[in-house]
Design a protein. Structure first.
Ligand SMILES: [Zn+2]
Length: 65
């Protein structure tokens, strides 16, 4: 599995998955803000990021799950 760039849905903290699997990342809280929610950077363009930031956290969680 090639490295996957992801970012925190709350604060935008970038994170690169090396050997870690996506399943494990989804159980890891953001080291910066403690939020549990990641999305592949490639899947997020600027309008999508803006939309996420404007959403209530509850909806973001649903989107991730
Ligand atoms: Zn964060």
């Amino acid at each position: 599995m090639s490295p996957l760039a992801v970012e925190c849905l709350r604060c935008g903290q970038p994170h690169v998955l090396g050997d870690a699997r996506w399943e494990r990342l989804t159980e890891s809280e953001c080291p910066r803000c403690g939020y549990l929610g990641w999305a592949p950077s490639a899947a997020l363009d600027e309008p999508a990021r803006r939309a996420l930031r404007e959403r209530p956290v509850e909806e973001r969680r649903l989107r991730v799950a």
